[in-house]
Design a protein around this ligand. Structure first.
Ligand SMILES: Cc1cc2nc3c(=O)[nH]c(=O)nc-3n(C[C@H](O)[C@H](O)[C@H](O)COP(=O)(O)OP(=O)(O)OC[C@H]3O[C@@H](n4cnc5c(N)ncnc54)[C@H](O)[C@@H]3O)c2cc1C
Length: 394
């Protein structure tokens, strides 16, 4: 059975749903295909929360992008009539005094340059305002109010429902096996279920599965697994905003970050934004190991002592689609006309969701967009170092 569309979007995570909505808004007839259910349980976008922060060290380009995205998050809260984004602020804490070259120091300076008002914190201020932290562990840092978290899985569910109610065909239960081409031009997709769909444009937004669907990307894009933990504190009040807000704890040197009590789920989520483990998204198990749990307990013992023996009620190893330089990947395929690839979230793309659809649709339609320059199709040597400033690179 063949069904024809202007555009087929492969993958209904945050990249795919925002792209489908934007191309539909621009008058295209769009189908969105995902094995589902949407939000897919294994998708990176599917979780109770993702950090929304402007802080990117010396990288003013990402800071500007997220500053604009945060205005978009407020609009979405209005449009969808519920708090998908919670602007509770972020604390970025350091064990040593913040110094030039450090992620926190450079972020602080860039915020001031941008006219934002981060509030510097010393260890007394940290203990007074955020009493869950072990006194004396963190000596410096800042609180920034224009930040918080997005309920990521709920965001994708809301966007997908919005897509359906606006006439976008959201096809669940189908896995794209290949992009079909004729003489170097994309003509549609074929699914593992034996279906064929044709379209003038195909956009692959398959997250960590992207280099599996398009093997030519395996040299520059790799799925890596990262642990997250949900804990049930014995004293929830101590971990409820504003007593605790979204935080990074010397993140570029440790990877640790987290969230206060979730307003719906009633848990504290903690994750590690580190090197991760390479995983095959199709076959490898996504488990959090005893070693991961030990590292978590070590962190809590020195940082958040009242959580050190709190029960872990849920764990997950979630996949980043890592590009070698950790910049997003949004561009038309250089050898297949009519095919666009949008992936490479590298553990930090969700916060840009309100702008993703527009950027990806510009790439599909070939509209000049200066923001796409760093996300273009690019050669990356195997030795390329990751550049995301908040990430712990081991
Ligand atoms: C542990 C963890 C923590 C993170 N924390 C943050 C954070 O705090 N802040 C932040 O900004 N970002 C964060 N991120 C990054 C962010 O989640 C991702 O960059 C973003 O969600 C990627 O979205 P996506 O749409 O590319 O991929 P996904 O959400 O994974 O969606 C891909 C979709 O493609 C579908 N698919 C795959 N293969 C096929 C196929 N062959 N055919 C059809 N469909 C297919 C899948 O079912 C899936 O639904 C984190 C990521 C992880 C893993």
């Amino acid at each position: 059975m063949s069904q024809t569309y202007d555009v087929i979007v492969v993958g209904a995570g945050v990249y795919g749903t925002t792209t489908a909505l934007e191309l539909h808004r621009r008058g295209r007839r769009v189908a969105l295909i995902d094995p589902g259910p949407v939000p897919h349980p294994l998708a990176s976008s599917t979780d109770i929360s993702k950090v929304v922060r402007m802080e990117y060290g010396t990288d003013s380009e990402y800071m500007a992008l997220v500053d604009e995205a945060i205005s978009g998050w407020h609009e979405w809260n209005e449009t969808f009539g519920e708090p998908l984004y919670h602007e509770i602020g972020v604390t970025m804490l350091t064990r040593q005094t913040m110094a030039p070259g450090g992620f926190e120091y450079e972020s602080y300076i860039r915020l001031l340059e941008r006219g934002r008002q981060p509030e510097r914190l010393n260890s007394d201020e940290i203990s007074r305002r955020f009493p869950a932290w072990r006194s004396g562990t963190y000596h410096d840092g800042f609180f920034h109010a224009r930040a918080g978290f997005a309920e990521s899985g709920r965001v994708v569910a809301t966007l997908a429902q919005h897509a359906r109610s606006n006439g976008i065909r959201v096809i669940e239960g189908m896995t794209v096996a290949s992009v079909t081409t004729q003489r170097g031009v994309a003509t549609g997709v074929a699914t593992r279920e034996g279906e064929a769909f044709s379209a003038a444009e195909v956009v692959v937004c398959a997250g960590a599965w992207t280099p599996w669907l398009l093997p030519e990307l395996r040299a520059v894009m790799r799925p890596t697994g990262h642990p997250i933990f949900h804990l049930a504190p014995r004293e929830p009040e101590l971990f409820t905003a504003p007593n605790l807000v979204v935080f990074t704890a010397d993140v570029a040197n440790s990877g640790w970050y987290g969230f206060p009590m979730h307003p719906r789920e009633g848990v504290v989520k903690i994750g590690n934004h580190g090197v991760g483990v390479a995983l095959d998204p199709e076959v490898d198990e996504r488990v959090v190991t005893a070693e991961d749990q030990l590292q978590l307990r070590d962190f809590l013992a020195t940082a958040l002592p009242d959580l050190v023996d709190a029960p872990v009620v849920y764990t997950r190893r979630c996949l980043y689609c890592d590009t070698l330089d950790e910049h997003l990947w949004i561009d038309r395929h250089p050898e297949i006309a009519g095919l666009t690839v949008a992936a490479g979230g590298s553990g930090h793309a969700f916060k840009m969701a309100p702008l993703l659809g527009g950027m990806i649709a510009d790439a599909v339609e070939g509209h000049p967009n200066p923001r796409l320059a760093r996300f273009r199709w690019r050669e990356l040597a195997d030795t390329t170092a990751g550049q995301e400033a908040a990430r712990f690179h081991g």
